[in-house]
Design a protein around this ligand. Structure first.
Ligand SMILES: Cc1cc2nc3c(=O)[nH]c(=O)nc-3n(C[C@H](O)[C@H](O)[C@H](O)COP(=O)(O)OP(=O)(O)OC[C@H]3O[C@@H](n4cnc5c(N)ncnc54)[C@H](O)[C@@H]3O)c2cc1C
Length: 387
């Protein structure tokens, strides 16, 4: 058993932390309030190679794994800049294309992921399907060599910033006639693809959208992989990176909140000479949240280590547990940070209540806490499925 990161991982962590702190939570909130994106931060992180740490070196990336990408997600969030597009673009979309795309697709897309110049977002959720992706209704039909995609997607993050949307659709299986999943790289400005922005109660420069696909015509090579048979394994290949990096983002957010809160409680005095942090009614909830965040971090890096070692099945259990634990720990940390700030906790200035919406959403998306409990009940505890 080894809990020590490598020297390169330590250096990456220090460097990303320094970058994140130069921007900070005030920058993140100002961008969100102005309806703008974190373009400068994303571009600089891309130039420094942090957005492509998990892309193979032969395509211009850092040649690392999901462990390195989790470090980037965690440290930017710990500096107050939780970037959800790190989860959808380099973690999900790049992994799917790297592992299941054709060589031509790897050559075409991976260099852009490597330097951060390319953002590809991910569209699976649908109004009628939700947690149950078996009910997906977005259908891809063949029309000569082309594909025609029709359907609706909801809550799709970052479509306004992305060049492509990785859309999960269904094709008719030629042998059985049953529908099976297939993934398509769809230009965000493709004719027939329209979007409308959802109003979300989350302070974030990243937005969610409803997407409408109305006979969107795509060339044959928009299909990820050599054939539709790549669809199911490609879809599953994105899940562990998604859960691990979103958990890392949550852990970073939890750390950020606890750091803000403990700095405040160590200096705030309202009962003579003692700080409010000297009262255990204040310090214990913070210490409890710190324990929960640190426990979640252990599971994140266990999952990332298993995943990078190619042990996908074991990584699946740990990645789900890490996502669950971090969702709860981050929500607890931010709520506790608000509480120990008193009234100041609800101001924008102290930079903690601004994260309430994001951590609340972290218990629902990208996979809800209930669906993770279902997974653990079935796959770890061997319980019968109820649905
Ligand atoms: C901020 C944000 C960003 C998002 N970004 C993206 C994105 O980029 N791309 C994308 O495709 N999607 C995205 N999503 C969608 C997200 O993945 C879904 O919201 C999530 O998977 C839950 O699906 P649903 O909202 O349809 O809930 P539903 O499936 O309708 O579920 C509602 C509630 O019922 C519970 N439930 C449902 N079935 C069961 C069951 N069998 N057992 C126990 N409980 C159950 C759920 O846990 C949940 O609490 C995003 C969502 C949010 C909030």
């Amino acid at each position: 058993m080894n809990f020590d990161p490598t020297d390169e991982q330590e250096q990456l962590r220090d460097a990303v932390r320094a970058l994140g702190r130069r921007y900070g939570h005030d920058y993140f909130v100002a961008k969100a309030r102005a309806g703008e994106h974190t373009t400068e931060l994303w571009a600089e992180a891309g130039r420094l190679g942090y957005l492509g740490v998990n892309i193979p070196a032969e395509y211009g990336g850092g040649g690392g794994g999901i462990t390195e990408l989790a470090i980037v997600c965690e440290e930017l969030a710990a500096a107050g800049c939780p970037l959800l597009l790190l989860v959808v673009s380099p973690a999900i979309a790049a992994t799917v294309i790297n592992r299941h795309g054709t060589e031509a697709q790897r050559k075409r897309f991976l260099p852009g992921f490597a330097d951060g110049s390319l953002k590809v977002v991910f569209a699976i959720t649908e109004p009628e399907a939700g947690s149950n992706f078996h009910r997906l209704g977005t259908v891809a039909r063949r029309d000569g060599d082309d594909w025609l995609l029709s359907g609706r997607k909801c809550f799709i993050s970052g479509v306004d910033e992305a060049k492509y949307v990785l859309v999960v659709a269904r094709t008719e299986d030629a042998t059985t006639g049953r529908l099976k999943p297939a993934l398509f790289v769809v230009p965000a400005d493709a004719p027939g693809l329209t979007r409308s922005k959802l109003d979300m109660e989350i302070v974030s420069p990243e937005n969610q959208f409803l997407l409408y696909l109305d006979d969107v015509r795509l060339p044959a090579d928009a299909l990820v992989g050599e054939s539709v048979d790549a669809g199911l394994p490609a879809l599953f290949s994105g899940l562990n990176p998604e859960r691990i990096t979103v958990a890392a983002m949550g852990a970073g957010t939890g750390r950020y909140a606890i750091e803000r809160a403990s700095t405040y409680t160590a200096t705030r005095k309202v009962w003579g000479g003692r700080s409010i942090g000297s009262h255990q009614g204040v310090s214990h909830p913070l210490a409890h949240a710190a324990v929960q965040v640190e426990l979640a971090r252990l599971m994140i890096y266990k999952a990332a280590t298993l995943y990078d070692a190619g042990r996908d099945l074991e990584a699946g259990v740990s990645a789900n547990m890490a996502k669950y634990a971090t969702g709860e720990a981050a929500a607890l940390a931010v709520d506790t940070a608000v509480q120990v700030h008193g009234g100041a906790g609800m101001t924008t200035e102290y930079g903690v209540a601004t994260l309430l919406g994001a951590v609340r959403a972290g218990r629902i998306a990208p996979v809800s806490r209930e669906m993770i409990l279902n997974y653990v009940a079935q796959h770890v505890l061997n319980q019968e499925k109820s649905y």
